[in-house]
Design a protein around this ligand. Sequence first.
Ligand code: NI
Length: 163
Amino acid sequence: MTNTAAVAQRGEAILSLIAAEIQSFEIGSTWLNALSETLNATMLERNGVGIAAPQIYISKRMIIVASRPNLRYPDAPDMQPIVMLNPVITQRSNEMTLGEEGCLSVPDERGQVARAQQITVQYLNLKGETIVTTLAGFPARIVQHEIDHLDGILFTERLNRQA
Ligand code: NI
């Protein structure tokens, strides 16, 4: 069993930092792979569909996107989990979509957030390969939510109060 980690909660300083880029010498290291395993295990334990390293007190640009139907998101599409290092959104659709979000760091609140319907994201995988992929709908929403964590932003700062 992989160890899980404690999850930082709203109000903790780590969640408002700009996370550091992962450097090329870190790719393939034991510690970076262990971070990915711990991040994934922590997400699964809490029925998350995504997680970002700062949520487990590591201020590095690593996220996991893992849409699947579960207790918290019964209608989520099923996809293989994707670990993204240094993810950057290179294109976003003008079309926005409103949808409900929650967060493992804000367990007591959910709300409607407007996000781009479709995005193109470029990232490195754990082998250090550059990947460019286009995602739409809920997985695109997860990527935008998790990259926000790398920039110190919580979904509660983006709530659509008119919704
Ligand atoms: Ni979150």
